[in-house]
Design a protein around this ligand. Structure first.
Ligand code: ATP
Ligand code: MG
Length: 599
C-alpha cells in the first residue's frame, strides 16, 4: 500500500464507483436511481441559474436611470430565483433518497457477510488468514460500504455543481477555466496524501488493534470476570493493555503531525493559486477582454466551482480512504465464497445400513502433524460404536468428519457406498445429531436451545428432555421452557455446567436422525445422570446408530465395537472382552480406571 499514489487512486476509482452503484442497486434500485437522477437535474438548474445571473448583471451594469435598469433585470432575476429554488428542491429530494439508501446498504452488506460466513466450511475457522480477513471485513470494511456509496454520490453531486460552473465559465471565457482548474491541484494532492498516511498507519496498526480489542474484550467479559479476580490478574492485564494502547496512540499522533504538515503546504499553495486566478480576472478586465457583467458572473462561478471542487476532493478522498477498507470487505467476501462447500452431485440417501470410513487423513490448517492418519472404521445400522483414546488422539476430529463438518484430505466416508462429501451439506447434516464436546450455550430460550430452529413437536420435546435428564432442569426454572438462558439480560437464567450439558444432549435427542454422535456427553454430569444417559444408549440404538466418545471406559463395555485411537491412528479395535484379552492400550487404560475403585 506504501506505493499507492495519485495515479493509482485515479485507476481504482472507476472500479469503486462500479461497486458502489452495484451495491446501491442491490440494496434499493429505486433509491439509487432517484439519488442519481435528482442530483443530475439539480446540477442542470445550478448552471441555468448562473447563466441567468449574467443577464441580471448585464441589465444592472447597462447605462440609463436606475429604476429602468432594475426593471430590465427583473425577468432574468425571476429566472435566477426559479432555477435556484428548483435546484434547492431537487437537492433536498436527492438528499432524502440518499439518506434512505444508507441504512439499506448497511443491511445488505451485513446480511451478505453473515450469510457467507455461516456457509463456509468449518475448517475456515481454524485458519488465521480467514479470521484476519473476517475481522477486517467486520470491524471496518462493513461500515465503510455505506460510506463508499454515500461518497460516490457526493462525488456525483459535486461533479454536477462543478461541471455546471465550468461550462458557464468555459462559455464566458475559456482561459479562466484552465486557471481555475490549476488553482485546485494542490488541494487534490494534499487530500490523497493525507488519506494515504491515515490508511498506512491503520494498516500497520491492525495487528495491535486486534490484540488490544481481544484483550479489552476479555477484561470486561462475563466469562472471564471470575478468573480475572481469583487469579488477581487485573494489574498484569491493565499494564499490557496500556502498553498496546500507548503504541497505537504514538503512531497515530505521528501520523496526525504529518497530515497537518501536508495540509499547511497545500493551503499555502492553494492561496497562491487563488490569488493568481483573481489577478488573471483583474488583468482581463483592465485589458478590456471581459465585460464587467461577465466578470461578476465569473466570480460567482469561480466561487461555486471552488466550493464544488473542494467538496469533490473531500468526497474523492473519503471514497479512496473508505474504499481501501471496503476492498477488505470485498476481498473477504470473495475468499469466503471460495470456501463455501460446492453443491453436491449425488442425492442424499435417507438413512443407511452401513457407514464406512476408509483411509481418513486430516490435518488442521497450518498444523504440521496429521490429526488423523489413515483411519478406517465402520458403523452398522443400530450399532453402538465407541471411540476411545488419550487426550489429543483425534477422536473429536474423527467425529467431526463423520458428521460432515470437516472434509478429510484423504480417504472417504460412505453411506451404503455413497460418498457423503458428494452430497449437499444441509441434507447430510439433517441426518446427523451431534452432542459436541464444546457445545454452544445459546442465549435463547430453553425451548429454542433444544429445538434449535426446528418446528416444535411436543411429543419429541418431552422425549428429548426426559432421556437427557433436562426435564429436571426445566422443572426448576420459573418460566419453564420459555426461560431465557442468558444471565446478561433481564429475567435471564444461568445454568450450571452439567445442566447445560443435559440441554445439549436433549438438543441431539430432539433431532430424529439415523446417526447420533455423542462427544463426551457426560463430562460434566453427576454420577446419577451419567448412569442414566449411558443406560439409555441401547434404547437410542434401537432407532439409530450411536457413536460415543468417552473417557469413562466402564460405560463402553456394552458397545458393539470399540476403536482405540492414538496419535491420529486406530491402534486397536474390537469388543470389550477382545480388547481386554489383547492386553494393549485399552486394557491398560481400563485397568487404571478400575484400580481407582479398588479399596
Ligand atoms: N481446531 C484445531 N486446530 C488445530 N489443531 C487442532 C484443532 N483441534 C484439535 N487440534 C489438534 O488435533 C489433534 C486431535 O485433536 P482432537 O480434538 O481430535 O483430540 P481428542 O481425541 O478429541 O482429544 P480430547 O480427549 O482431549 O477431547 C490434537 O493434537 C489437537 O491439538
Ligand atoms: Mg475431543
Amino acid at each position: 500500500m506504501g506505493s499507492v499514489g495519485f495515479r493509482d487512486v485515479a485507476r481504482r476509482f472507476p472500479g469503486l464507483v462500479g461497486q458502489a452503484v452495484r451495491l446501491g442497486w442491490a440494496a434499493s434500485p429505486r433509491d439509487t436511481v432517484a439519488t442519481i437522477a435528482l442530483n443530475l437535474a439539480s446540477g442542470v438548474f445550478a448552471g441555468y441559474a448562473l447563466f441567468a445571473t449574467t443577464g441580471v448583471l448585464g441589465a444592472l451594469f447597462a447605462g440609463g436611470p436606475t429604476p429602468q435598469r432594475v426593471r430590465a433585470a427583473l425577468p432574468s432575476l425571476i429566472l435566477v430565483a426559479v432555477s435556484s429554488a428548483a435546484r434547492s428542491g431537487l437537492q433536498s429530494a436527492a438528499g432524502w433518497a440518499q439518506g434512505r439508501l444508507e441504512p439499506q446498504v448497511d443491511r445488505e452488506v451485513e446480511i451478505r457477510l453473515v450469510g457467507l460466513t455461516t456457509s463456509v466450511e468449518l475448517a475456515a475457522f481454524d485458519d488465521s488468514d480467514f479470521h484476519d480477513g473476517l475481522e477486517r471485513a467486520r470491524n471496518r470494511g462493513m461500515n465503510s460500504a455505506a460510506q463508499v456509496v454515500n461518497n460516490v454520490i457526493n462525488c456525483l453531486t459535486s461533479t454536477t455543481g462543478l461541471m455546471s460552473a465550468a461550462i458557464v465559465i468555459g462559455v464566458l471565457q475559456p482561459i479562466l477555466l484552465a486557471v481555475l482548474l490549476a488553482a485546485q491541484a494542490p488541494g487534490a494532492w494534499a487530500a490523497v496524501r493525507a488519506a494515504r498516511i491515515r490508511y498506512l498507519t491503520r494498516f500497520a496498526l491492525i495487528d495491535s488493534y486486534r490484540r488490544k480489542w481481544i484483550l479489552s474484550h476479555l477484561m470486561v467479559d462475563r466469562e472471564t470476570a471470575a478468573e480475572l479476580r481469583s487469579f488477581t490478574m487485573r494489574t498484569f492485564l491493565l499494564d499490557r493493555l496500556s502498553r498496546l494502547a500507548a503504541y497505537a496512540r504514538d503512531a497515530e499522533m505521528r501520523a496526525a503531525g504529518r497530515q497537518a504538515a501536508t495540509r499547511v503546504t497545500a493551503s499555502a499553495m492553494s492561496g497562491i493559486a487563488t490569488a493568481g486566478v483573481y489577478a488573471a480576472l483583474g488583468g482581463m478586465l483592465v485589458g478590456g477582454w471581459l465585460p464587467l457583467s461577465v466578470a461578476g458572473t465569473a466570480v460567482l462561478a469561480i466561487r461555486q466551482a471552488g466550493a464544488s471542487l473542494s467538496q469533490l476532493l473531500y468526497a474523492v478522498n473519503q471514497c479512496y480512504e473508505e474504499g481501501l477498507y471496503f476492498s477488505d470487505y470485498v476481498s473477504f467476501c470473495e475468499d469466503a465464497q471460495s470456501r463455501v462447500r460446492p453443491a453436491g452431485q449425488a442425492p442424499m440417501p435417507r438413512g443407511f445400513d452401513r457407514i464406512e470410513a476408509s483411509g481418513l487423513s486430516f490435518s488442521y490448517p497450518a498444523a504440521d502433524a496429521l490429526a488423523l492418519d489413515d483411519v478406517s472404521i465402520e458403523i452398522g445400522r443400530g450399532e453402538i460404536v465407541a471411540l476411545v483414546g488419550e487426550n489429543g488422539s483425534g477422536k473429536t476430529t474423527l467425529a467431526k468428519i463423520l458428521a460432515g463438518l470437516y472434509r478429510p484430505s484423504a480417504g472417504s466416508v460412505t453411506w451404503d457406498g455413497i460418498p457423503i462429501f458428494d452430497v449437499d451439506a444441509e441434507p447430510l447434516r439433517e441426518q446427523v445429531a451431534v452432542i459436541a464436546q464444546d457445545h454452544a450455550n445459546w442465549p435463547l430460550s430453553v425451548r429454542h436451545n433444544i429445538t434449535m430452529g426446528r418446528a416444535l413437536d411436543a411429543g419429541l420435546l418431552a422425549f428429548a428432555v426426559s432421556s437427557s435428564g433436562a426435564d429436571v432442569v426445566v422443572d426448576g426454572l420459573a418460566r419453564g421452557f420459555d426461560t431465557l438462558l442468558a444471565r446478561q439480560f433481564k429475567d435471564g437464567a444461568e445454568l450450571s455446567g452439567g445442566q447445560w450439558q443435559r440441554i445439549a444432549a436433549a438438543r441431539a435427542f430432539y433431532r430424529t436422525a439415523p446417526l447420533l454422535i455423542m462427544d463426551e456427553p457426560t463430562a460434566a454430569l453427576d454420577a446419577r445422570a451419567e448412569h442414566a444417559l449411558f443406560s439409555s444408549l441401547r434404547r437410542h440404538a434401537e432407532t439409530r446408530s450411536v457413536v460415543i466418545i468417552t473417557h469413562r471406559l466402564a460405560s463402553v463395555r456394552q458397545a458393539d465395537r470399540i476403536y482405540v485411537l492414538a496419535h491420529g491412528k486406530v491402534v486397536e479395535s474390537g469388543r470389550h472382552p477382545e480388547l481386554m484379552a489383547l492386553g494393549g492400550q485399552y486394557a491398560e487404560l481400563y485397568g487404571l480406571q478400575a484400580s481407582q475403585y479398588e479399596p
